[in-house]
Design a protein around this ligand. Structure first.
Ligand code: ADP
Length: 480
Protein backbone atom coordinates (compact mmCIF):
# COMPACT_ATOMS: atom_id res chain seq x y z
CA UNK A 1 0.00 0.00 0.00
CA UNK A 2 1.44 3.37 -1.02
CA UNK A 3 1.80 6.19 1.47
CA UNK A 4 -0.58 9.12 0.99
CA UNK A 5 0.82 12.63 0.53
CA UNK A 6 -0.12 16.17 1.54
CA UNK A 7 -1.41 18.70 -0.99
CA UNK A 8 0.41 22.04 -0.81
CA UNK A 9 0.50 24.70 -3.53
CA UNK A 10 -0.94 22.35 -6.12
CA UNK A 11 1.57 19.53 -5.53
CA UNK A 12 1.46 16.24 -3.61
CA UNK A 13 4.30 16.40 -1.12
CA UNK A 14 6.05 14.30 1.51
CA UNK A 15 6.48 15.43 5.11
CA UNK A 16 9.80 17.06 6.06
CA UNK A 17 10.37 14.36 8.67
CA UNK A 18 9.83 11.55 6.15
CA UNK A 19 7.52 9.99 8.76
CA UNK A 20 4.05 8.59 8.19
CA UNK A 21 1.38 7.48 10.65
CA UNK A 22 -0.99 4.53 10.24
CA UNK A 23 -4.74 4.84 9.74
CA UNK A 24 -6.49 1.75 11.11
CA UNK A 25 -9.81 0.24 10.10
CA UNK A 26 -11.76 0.59 13.39
CA UNK A 27 -13.76 -2.58 12.67
CA UNK A 28 -10.80 -4.91 12.13
CA UNK A 29 -7.59 -3.14 13.09
CA UNK A 30 -6.25 -3.65 9.55
CA UNK A 31 -4.11 -0.94 8.04
CA UNK A 32 -6.31 1.33 5.91
CA UNK A 33 -3.50 3.67 4.85
CA UNK A 34 -0.42 5.66 5.87
CA UNK A 35 -0.47 9.40 6.02
CA UNK A 36 2.27 12.07 6.32
CA UNK A 37 3.16 13.15 9.81
CA UNK A 38 3.38 16.83 8.96
CA UNK A 39 3.85 19.67 11.42
CA UNK A 40 4.47 23.37 11.84
CA UNK A 41 6.71 23.95 8.79
CA UNK A 42 4.35 22.23 6.36
CA UNK A 43 1.40 24.19 7.75
CA UNK A 44 3.30 27.45 7.22
CA UNK A 45 4.08 26.47 3.63
CA UNK A 46 0.41 25.77 3.08
CA UNK A 47 -0.48 29.19 4.51
CA UNK A 48 2.15 30.79 2.21
CA UNK A 49 0.52 29.08 -0.78
CA UNK A 50 -3.03 29.98 0.25
CA UNK A 51 -1.99 33.57 0.90
CA UNK A 52 -0.32 33.88 -2.48
CA UNK A 53 -3.30 32.33 -4.29
CA UNK A 54 -5.87 34.54 -2.59
CA UNK A 55 -5.51 37.63 -4.81
CA UNK A 56 -6.26 35.74 -8.01
CA UNK A 57 -8.90 33.38 -6.59
CA UNK A 58 -10.90 36.19 -5.00
CA UNK A 59 -10.74 38.08 -8.29
CA UNK A 60 -12.39 35.19 -10.18
CA UNK A 61 -16.02 35.86 -10.94
CA UNK A 62 -18.55 34.01 -8.81
CA UNK A 63 -19.59 32.10 -11.92
CA UNK A 64 -16.04 30.94 -12.52
CA UNK A 65 -15.71 29.74 -8.93
CA UNK A 66 -19.09 28.04 -9.16
CA UNK A 67 -17.92 26.21 -12.27
CA UNK A 68 -15.00 24.61 -10.37
CA UNK A 69 -17.33 23.60 -7.55
CA UNK A 70 -19.84 22.04 -9.94
CA UNK A 71 -17.05 20.03 -11.57
CA UNK A 72 -15.89 18.85 -8.14
CA UNK A 73 -19.46 17.88 -7.29
CA UNK A 74 -19.81 15.89 -10.51
CA UNK A 75 -16.53 14.04 -9.92
CA UNK A 76 -17.56 13.14 -6.37
CA UNK A 77 -20.88 11.72 -7.55
CA UNK A 78 -19.07 9.73 -10.26
CA UNK A 79 -16.72 8.29 -7.61
CA UNK A 80 -19.33 7.84 -4.90
CA UNK A 81 -18.82 4.09 -4.41
CA UNK A 82 -15.07 4.37 -4.11
CA UNK A 83 -15.26 7.31 -1.70
CA UNK A 84 -17.85 5.52 0.44
CA UNK A 85 -15.70 2.37 0.64
CA UNK A 86 -12.71 4.44 1.82
CA UNK A 87 -14.92 6.23 4.33
CA UNK A 88 -16.22 2.97 5.82
CA UNK A 89 -12.73 1.49 5.89
CA UNK A 90 -11.27 4.31 7.94
CA UNK A 91 -14.31 5.38 9.97
CA UNK A 92 -16.39 2.23 10.38
CA UNK A 93 -19.92 3.41 9.58
CA UNK A 94 -22.04 1.00 7.49
CA UNK A 95 -21.48 1.30 3.75
CA UNK A 96 -25.03 2.50 3.08
CA UNK A 97 -24.55 5.25 5.62
CA UNK A 98 -21.17 6.15 4.10
CA UNK A 99 -22.82 6.48 0.68
CA UNK A 100 -25.44 8.68 2.30
CA UNK A 101 -22.72 10.86 3.77
CA UNK A 102 -20.92 11.28 0.44
CA UNK A 103 -24.19 12.33 -1.21
CA UNK A 104 -25.06 14.65 1.68
CA UNK A 105 -21.55 16.12 1.66
CA UNK A 106 -21.68 16.68 -2.09
CA UNK A 107 -24.93 18.61 -1.70
CA UNK A 108 -23.05 21.38 0.13
CA UNK A 109 -20.79 21.78 -2.90
CA UNK A 110 -23.69 22.03 -5.32
CA UNK A 111 -25.62 24.38 -3.04
CA UNK A 112 -22.69 26.75 -2.47
CA UNK A 113 -21.80 26.72 -6.16
CA UNK A 114 -25.26 28.18 -6.66
CA UNK A 115 -25.05 30.49 -3.65
CA UNK A 116 -21.70 31.93 -4.80
CA UNK A 117 -23.70 33.90 -7.38
CA UNK A 118 -25.94 35.44 -4.72
CA UNK A 119 -23.40 37.17 -2.48
CA UNK A 120 -25.19 40.50 -2.62
CA UNK A 121 -24.09 43.81 -1.17
CA UNK A 122 -26.42 46.78 -0.78
CA UNK A 123 -26.81 50.50 -1.31
CA UNK A 124 -28.18 52.68 1.46
CA UNK A 125 -29.78 56.12 1.05
CA UNK A 126 -27.15 58.67 2.16
CA UNK A 127 -27.71 61.65 4.48
CA UNK A 128 -26.01 64.09 2.12
CA UNK A 129 -26.83 64.89 -1.50
CA UNK A 130 -23.20 64.56 -2.51
CA UNK A 131 -22.61 61.12 -1.02
CA UNK A 132 -23.38 57.54 -1.90
CA UNK A 133 -23.33 54.70 0.62
CA UNK A 134 -22.39 51.28 -0.75
CA UNK A 135 -21.90 48.02 1.14
CA UNK A 136 -19.73 45.28 -0.34
CA UNK A 137 -19.31 41.67 0.79
CA UNK A 138 -15.80 40.37 0.31
CA UNK A 139 -14.04 37.09 1.20
CA UNK A 140 -12.34 37.13 4.62
CA UNK A 141 -9.05 35.77 3.25
CA UNK A 142 -7.12 32.61 4.10
CA UNK A 143 -9.23 30.03 5.97
CA UNK A 144 -7.93 27.18 8.14
CA UNK A 145 -10.38 24.30 8.55
CA UNK A 146 -10.02 21.60 11.22
CA UNK A 147 -12.36 18.62 10.99
CA UNK A 148 -13.35 15.62 13.15
CA UNK A 149 -13.44 11.89 12.45
CA UNK A 150 -17.19 11.22 12.66
CA UNK A 151 -18.05 12.70 9.23
CA UNK A 152 -14.82 12.43 7.22
CA UNK A 153 -16.44 13.75 4.03
CA UNK A 154 -19.34 16.01 4.99
CA UNK A 155 -17.47 18.10 7.57
CA UNK A 156 -14.85 18.79 4.90
CA UNK A 157 -17.25 19.84 2.14
CA UNK A 158 -19.47 21.82 4.52
CA UNK A 159 -16.45 24.04 5.28
CA UNK A 160 -14.46 24.05 2.03
CA UNK A 161 -17.37 24.58 -0.39
CA UNK A 162 -18.71 27.83 1.13
CA UNK A 163 -15.15 29.10 1.70
CA UNK A 164 -14.21 28.57 -1.95
CA UNK A 165 -17.55 29.90 -3.14
CA UNK A 166 -17.01 33.10 -1.14
CA UNK A 167 -13.57 33.58 -2.74
CA UNK A 168 -11.44 32.42 0.19
CA UNK A 169 -8.45 30.10 -0.09
CA UNK A 170 -8.18 27.23 2.39
CA UNK A 171 -5.96 24.84 4.29
CA UNK A 172 -7.59 21.72 5.67
CA UNK A 173 -6.34 19.62 8.55
CA UNK A 174 -8.51 16.50 8.76
CA UNK A 175 -8.77 14.31 11.87
CA UNK A 176 -5.84 11.92 12.28
CA UNK A 177 -8.24 8.93 12.47
CA UNK A 178 -9.88 9.67 9.09
CA UNK A 179 -7.66 11.57 6.65
CA UNK A 180 -8.02 9.16 3.70
CA UNK A 181 -11.46 10.32 2.53
CA UNK A 182 -10.33 13.94 2.56
CA UNK A 183 -7.23 13.07 0.55
CA UNK A 184 -9.45 11.45 -2.08
CA UNK A 185 -11.72 14.49 -2.08
CA UNK A 186 -8.67 16.66 -2.71
CA UNK A 187 -7.53 14.41 -5.57
CA UNK A 188 -10.87 15.15 -7.18
CA UNK A 189 -10.49 18.88 -6.49
CA UNK A 190 -7.16 18.71 -8.30
CA UNK A 191 -8.83 16.85 -11.16
CA UNK A 192 -11.43 19.64 -11.29
CA UNK A 193 -8.53 21.93 -12.22
CA UNK A 194 -8.60 24.21 -9.19
CA UNK A 195 -5.73 26.75 -9.46
CA UNK A 196 -2.72 25.87 -7.31
CA UNK A 197 -2.63 27.08 -3.73
CA UNK A 198 -6.40 27.67 -3.54
CA UNK A 199 -7.06 24.53 -1.49
CA UNK A 200 -4.31 22.87 0.54
CA UNK A 201 -4.27 19.83 2.79
CA UNK A 202 -1.92 19.08 5.67
CA UNK A 203 -1.94 16.02 7.93
CA UNK A 204 -0.05 15.19 11.08
CA UNK A 205 0.50 16.69 14.49
CA UNK A 206 -2.71 18.53 15.43
CA UNK A 207 -1.10 20.70 18.07
CA UNK A 208 1.78 21.88 15.85
CA UNK A 209 -0.38 22.42 12.80
CA UNK A 210 -2.97 24.19 14.95
CA UNK A 211 -0.24 26.40 16.43
CA UNK A 212 0.91 27.43 12.95
CA UNK A 213 -2.67 28.31 11.97
CA UNK A 214 -3.37 30.23 15.14
CA UNK A 215 -0.13 32.22 15.29
CA UNK A 216 -0.19 33.39 11.69
CA UNK A 217 -1.98 36.68 11.16
CA UNK A 218 -2.49 35.84 7.47
CA UNK A 219 -5.04 33.20 8.51
CA UNK A 220 -8.20 35.29 8.87
CA UNK A 221 -10.69 32.59 9.73
CA UNK A 222 -10.74 29.34 11.68
CA UNK A 223 -13.57 26.94 11.07
CA UNK A 224 -13.62 23.99 13.43
CA UNK A 225 -15.79 20.99 14.24
CA UNK A 226 -14.79 18.88 17.22
CA UNK A 227 -14.82 18.77 20.99
CA UNK A 228 -15.89 21.70 23.15
CA UNK A 229 -12.56 21.43 24.94
CA UNK A 230 -10.46 22.01 21.80
CA UNK A 231 -12.99 24.59 20.53
CA UNK A 232 -12.47 26.70 23.67
CA UNK A 233 -8.72 26.45 23.28
CA UNK A 234 -8.89 27.62 19.65
CA UNK A 235 -11.17 30.50 20.58
CA UNK A 236 -8.65 31.71 23.15
CA UNK A 237 -5.78 31.33 20.68
CA UNK A 238 -7.72 33.17 17.96
CA UNK A 239 -7.90 36.27 20.16
CA UNK A 240 -4.25 37.20 19.59
CA UNK A 241 -4.72 37.88 15.90
CA UNK A 242 -8.48 38.54 16.16
CA UNK A 243 -9.44 35.81 13.71
CA UNK A 244 -12.98 35.18 12.62
CA UNK A 245 -14.08 31.90 14.11
CA UNK A 246 -16.82 29.32 13.63
CA UNK A 247 -17.10 26.46 16.09
CA UNK A 248 -19.34 23.43 15.84
CA UNK A 249 -18.83 21.60 19.13
CA UNK A 250 -20.40 18.97 21.34
CA UNK A 251 -24.06 18.35 22.00
CA UNK A 252 -26.26 16.49 24.45
CA UNK A 253 -29.47 16.32 22.47
CA UNK A 254 -32.77 15.88 24.33
CA UNK A 255 -35.44 13.87 22.54
CA UNK A 256 -38.88 14.78 23.91
CA UNK A 257 -41.78 12.40 23.42
CA UNK A 258 -45.14 13.76 24.62
CA UNK A 259 -48.25 11.78 25.58
CA UNK A 260 -49.89 12.96 22.37
CA UNK A 261 -47.03 11.74 20.13
CA UNK A 262 -47.42 9.12 17.44
CA UNK A 263 -45.32 6.56 19.31
CA UNK A 264 -44.40 4.56 16.20
CA UNK A 265 -43.07 7.64 14.50
CA UNK A 266 -41.24 8.69 17.68
CA UNK A 267 -39.51 5.30 17.86
CA UNK A 268 -38.54 5.55 14.18
CA UNK A 269 -37.19 9.03 14.88
CA UNK A 270 -35.19 7.99 17.93
CA UNK A 271 -33.68 5.00 16.10
CA UNK A 272 -32.60 7.28 13.24
CA UNK A 273 -31.19 9.89 15.58
CA UNK A 274 -29.65 7.71 18.27
CA UNK A 275 -27.98 4.96 16.26
CA UNK A 276 -26.66 6.82 13.23
CA UNK A 277 -22.90 6.33 13.08
CA UNK A 278 -23.17 4.06 16.17
CA UNK A 279 -24.29 7.07 18.20
CA UNK A 280 -21.17 9.04 17.29
CA UNK A 281 -22.65 12.29 15.98
CA UNK A 282 -23.00 15.56 17.83
CA UNK A 283 -26.75 15.68 17.15
CA UNK A 284 -27.50 12.09 18.22
CA UNK A 285 -30.36 11.89 20.73
CA UNK A 286 -28.59 11.57 24.05
CA UNK A 287 -31.35 12.07 26.62
CA UNK A 288 -34.69 10.48 25.79
CA UNK A 289 -37.35 12.34 27.77
CA UNK A 290 -40.75 10.65 27.65
CA UNK A 291 -43.97 11.91 29.19
CA UNK A 292 -45.38 9.37 31.67
CA UNK A 293 -48.49 8.49 29.71
CA UNK A 294 -46.48 7.37 26.65
CA UNK A 295 -43.55 5.75 28.49
CA UNK A 296 -44.64 2.08 28.58
CA UNK A 297 -45.69 1.97 24.93
CA UNK A 298 -42.59 3.88 23.83
CA UNK A 299 -40.11 1.74 25.78
CA UNK A 300 -41.68 -1.54 24.63
CA UNK A 301 -41.51 -0.60 20.95
CA UNK A 302 -38.09 1.01 21.31
CA UNK A 303 -36.75 -2.22 22.86
CA UNK A 304 -38.14 -4.30 20.00
CA UNK A 305 -36.71 -2.06 17.27
CA UNK A 306 -33.34 -1.38 18.93
CA UNK A 307 -32.59 -5.04 19.73
CA UNK A 308 -33.13 -5.94 16.07
CA UNK A 309 -30.34 -3.66 14.80
CA UNK A 310 -27.36 -5.62 13.49
CA UNK A 311 -23.95 -4.75 14.91
CA UNK A 312 -20.80 -5.51 12.92
CA UNK A 313 -18.30 -4.55 10.25
CA UNK A 314 -19.77 -1.75 8.15
CA UNK A 315 -18.64 -3.49 4.95
CA UNK A 316 -20.88 -6.50 5.70
CA UNK A 317 -24.37 -6.55 4.25
CA UNK A 318 -27.11 -5.67 6.73
CA UNK A 319 -24.93 -3.96 9.33
CA UNK A 320 -26.67 -0.99 10.91
CA UNK A 321 -24.30 -0.28 13.79
CA UNK A 322 -20.58 -0.30 13.05
CA UNK A 323 -17.64 -0.16 15.45
CA UNK A 324 -16.80 2.60 17.87
CA UNK A 325 -13.89 4.69 16.64
CA UNK A 326 -11.35 3.43 19.19
CA UNK A 327 -10.72 1.97 22.63
CA UNK A 328 -11.21 5.29 24.45
CA UNK A 329 -14.60 5.70 22.75
CA UNK A 330 -15.60 2.19 23.82
CA UNK A 331 -14.46 2.70 27.39
CA UNK A 332 -16.51 5.88 27.72
CA UNK A 333 -19.65 4.09 26.53
CA UNK A 334 -19.08 1.15 28.92
CA UNK A 335 -18.39 3.53 31.78
CA UNK A 336 -21.63 5.45 31.18
CA UNK A 337 -23.67 2.24 31.17
CA UNK A 338 -21.96 0.80 34.27
CA UNK A 339 -22.35 4.08 36.14
CA UNK A 340 -26.07 4.28 35.29
CA UNK A 341 -26.71 0.66 36.32
CA UNK A 342 -24.79 1.13 39.57
CA UNK A 343 -26.94 4.15 40.37
CA UNK A 344 -30.19 2.26 39.81
CA UNK A 345 -31.03 2.43 36.10
CA UNK A 346 -32.84 -0.54 34.55
CA UNK A 347 -31.37 -2.35 31.54
CA UNK A 348 -34.09 -2.63 28.88
CA UNK A 349 -31.84 -4.20 26.22
CA UNK A 350 -28.18 -4.45 25.19
CA UNK A 351 -25.67 -3.38 27.81
CA UNK A 352 -22.66 -5.24 26.50
CA UNK A 353 -19.82 -4.68 24.11
CA UNK A 354 -17.11 -6.82 22.57
CA UNK A 355 -13.60 -6.53 21.18
CA UNK A 356 -12.64 -8.49 18.08
CA UNK A 357 -9.22 -7.52 16.80
CA UNK A 358 -5.59 -8.24 17.58
CA UNK A 359 -5.09 -4.48 17.55
CA UNK A 360 -5.41 -2.88 20.97
CA UNK A 361 -7.05 0.28 19.60
CA UNK A 362 -9.56 -1.12 17.09
CA UNK A 363 -12.36 -3.66 16.78
CA UNK A 364 -14.62 -2.32 19.54
CA UNK A 365 -18.36 -2.79 19.20
CA UNK A 366 -21.27 -2.06 21.53
CA UNK A 367 -24.78 -3.46 21.38
CA UNK A 368 -27.68 -1.05 20.91
CA UNK A 369 -28.62 -0.35 24.51
CA UNK A 370 -31.71 1.13 26.12
CA UNK A 371 -31.79 2.11 29.79
CA UNK A 372 -34.86 3.19 31.72
CA UNK A 373 -35.29 4.69 35.18
CA UNK A 374 -32.38 7.02 34.49
CA UNK A 375 -31.85 9.99 36.82
CA UNK A 376 -30.06 13.34 36.55
CA UNK A 377 -27.13 12.31 38.78
CA UNK A 378 -25.93 9.68 36.29
CA UNK A 379 -22.97 10.60 34.07
CA UNK A 380 -24.92 9.64 30.97
CA UNK A 381 -27.28 12.54 31.66
CA UNK A 382 -24.49 15.09 31.92
CA UNK A 383 -21.90 14.10 29.30
CA UNK A 384 -22.05 13.30 25.62
CA UNK A 385 -21.86 9.47 25.39
CA UNK A 386 -20.95 9.16 21.70
CA UNK A 387 -22.18 5.58 21.54
CA UNK A 388 -25.30 3.48 20.87
CA UNK A 389 -26.83 3.92 24.32
CA UNK A 390 -30.22 5.51 24.92
CA UNK A 391 -31.13 6.59 28.46
CA UNK A 392 -34.87 7.04 28.96
CA UNK A 393 -36.19 9.39 31.63
CA UNK A 394 -39.85 10.19 32.30
CA UNK A 395 -41.44 13.56 33.04
CA UNK A 396 -44.92 14.68 34.07
CA UNK A 397 -45.74 18.09 32.59
CA UNK A 398 -44.76 20.03 29.49
CA UNK A 399 -42.93 22.60 31.66
CA UNK A 400 -40.95 19.88 33.36
CA UNK A 401 -39.99 18.34 30.01
CA UNK A 402 -38.78 21.69 28.68
CA UNK A 403 -36.85 22.41 31.86
CA UNK A 404 -35.12 19.02 31.74
CA UNK A 405 -34.31 19.47 28.05
CA UNK A 406 -32.74 22.90 28.62
CA UNK A 407 -30.81 21.73 31.67
CA UNK A 408 -27.49 21.39 29.85
CA UNK A 409 -24.47 23.52 28.99
CA UNK A 410 -24.94 22.30 25.42
CA UNK A 411 -27.47 23.63 22.92
CA UNK A 412 -26.97 21.96 19.54
CA UNK A 413 -29.96 19.79 18.57
CA UNK A 414 -33.24 18.90 20.26
CA UNK A 415 -36.15 16.77 19.10
CA UNK A 416 -39.86 17.06 19.86
CA UNK A 417 -42.46 14.41 19.06
CA UNK A 418 -46.10 15.47 19.43
CA UNK A 419 -49.19 15.47 17.24
CA UNK A 420 -50.29 18.82 18.67
CA UNK A 421 -49.41 21.77 16.45
CA UNK A 422 -49.66 24.32 19.22
CA UNK A 423 -47.49 22.24 21.55
CA UNK A 424 -44.90 21.74 18.80
CA UNK A 425 -44.64 25.50 18.31
CA UNK A 426 -44.75 26.30 22.04
CA UNK A 427 -42.07 23.79 22.96
CA UNK A 428 -39.95 24.41 19.85
CA UNK A 429 -39.74 28.11 20.67
CA UNK A 430 -38.72 27.52 24.28
CA UNK A 431 -35.90 25.07 23.60
CA UNK A 432 -32.43 26.61 23.90
CA UNK A 433 -31.02 24.75 20.91
CA UNK A 434 -29.81 25.76 17.45
CA UNK A 435 -31.58 22.89 15.69
CA UNK A 436 -35.03 21.56 16.62
CA UNK A 437 -36.41 18.48 14.86
CA UNK A 438 -40.18 18.43 15.22
CA UNK A 439 -41.41 14.93 14.44
CA UNK A 440 -38.10 14.62 12.58
CA UNK A 441 -35.14 12.59 13.81
CA UNK A 442 -32.81 13.56 10.93
CA UNK A 443 -32.88 17.34 10.45
CA UNK A 444 -29.54 18.14 8.69
CA UNK A 445 -29.62 19.48 5.14
CA UNK A 446 -27.35 21.68 3.01
CA UNK A 447 -29.74 24.63 2.68
CA UNK A 448 -30.41 25.07 6.41
CA UNK A 449 -28.22 26.68 9.11
CA UNK A 450 -26.63 24.07 11.38
CA UNK A 451 -25.03 25.09 14.68
CA UNK A 452 -25.45 25.45 18.39
CA UNK A 453 -26.42 27.70 21.27
CA UNK A 454 -24.42 27.93 24.50
CA UNK A 455 -21.29 25.73 24.68
CA UNK A 456 -22.17 23.91 21.47
CA UNK A 457 -20.47 26.60 19.44
CA UNK A 458 -20.53 29.77 17.42
CA UNK A 459 -21.74 30.44 13.90
CA UNK A 460 -23.67 28.29 11.47
CA UNK A 461 -22.80 25.94 8.61
CA UNK A 462 -25.15 25.32 5.72
CA UNK A 463 -27.67 27.68 4.20
CA UNK A 464 -27.03 31.34 3.53
CA UNK A 465 -25.57 31.74 7.03
CA UNK A 466 -22.89 29.22 6.07
CA UNK A 467 -21.37 31.50 3.43
CA UNK A 468 -21.84 34.69 5.50
CA UNK A 469 -19.19 33.49 7.90
CA UNK A 470 -16.58 33.55 5.12
CA UNK A 471 -17.40 37.14 4.17
CA UNK A 472 -16.32 40.53 5.46
CA UNK A 473 -18.57 43.56 5.15
CA UNK A 474 -17.10 46.71 3.64
CA UNK A 475 -18.90 50.04 3.83
CA UNK A 476 -17.80 52.49 1.14
CA UNK A 477 -18.84 56.09 1.62
CA UNK A 478 -18.48 57.83 -1.74
CA UNK A 479 -18.36 61.57 -2.24
CA UNK A 480 -19.52 62.66 -5.71
P1 ADP B 1 -12.55 14.32 19.15
O1 ADP B 1 -12.52 14.20 20.63
O2 ADP B 1 -13.84 14.12 18.52
O3 ADP B 1 -11.43 13.61 18.45
P2 ADP B 1 -11.09 16.78 18.94
O4 ADP B 1 -11.63 18.12 19.27
O5 ADP B 1 -9.99 16.24 19.77
O6 ADP B 1 -12.36 15.86 18.89
O7 ADP B 1 -10.61 16.74 17.43
C1 ADP B 1 -11.22 17.42 16.37
C2 ADP B 1 -10.14 17.95 15.45
O8 ADP B 1 -9.33 18.87 16.17
C3 ADP B 1 -9.18 16.88 14.93
O9 ADP B 1 -8.83 17.20 13.58
C4 ADP B 1 -7.98 17.04 15.83
O10 ADP B 1 -6.78 16.61 15.24
C5 ADP B 1 -7.97 18.54 16.04
N1 ADP B 1 -7.25 19.00 17.23
C6 ADP B 1 -7.12 18.38 18.42
N2 ADP B 1 -6.40 19.13 19.28
C7 ADP B 1 -6.05 20.26 18.61
C8 ADP B 1 -5.30 21.44 18.94
N3 ADP B 1 -4.74 21.60 20.14
N4 ADP B 1 -5.16 22.40 17.98
C9 ADP B 1 -5.71 22.25 16.78
N5 ADP B 1 -6.42 21.17 16.41
C10 ADP B 1 -6.60 20.18 17.31
Amino acid sequence: MENSLMFIDGAWVEPDSGEYFPVLNPATGELAGSVPNGGYAEAVRAIDAAHLAFADWSAHTAEERAEYLMTWHRLIMQNLDDLAATLTMEQGKPLAEAKGEIGYGAKFIEWYAEEAKRVYGSTIPASARNKRVVVLRQPVGVVAAITPWNFPAAMVTRKIAPALAAGCTVILKPAEQTPLTSIKLYQLLEQAGLPKGVANLVTGDAVLIGKAFMEDSRVRKITFTGSTEVGKLLMKQAADTMKNISLELGGHAPFLVFDDADVESAVKGVIASKFRNAGQTCICANRILVQEGAADRFIALFKKEASALKVGNGLEEGTVIGPLIDKAGYEKVSLHVQDALAKGAHLVCGGEGFHQSDEEDAGYFYQPTVLSGVTADMRIMQEETFGPVAPVVTFKTEEEGIRMANDSVYGLAAYVFTESLSRAIRVGEKLEFGIVGINDGAPSTAQAPFGGFKESGLGREGGKEGIESFLETKFMSIGI
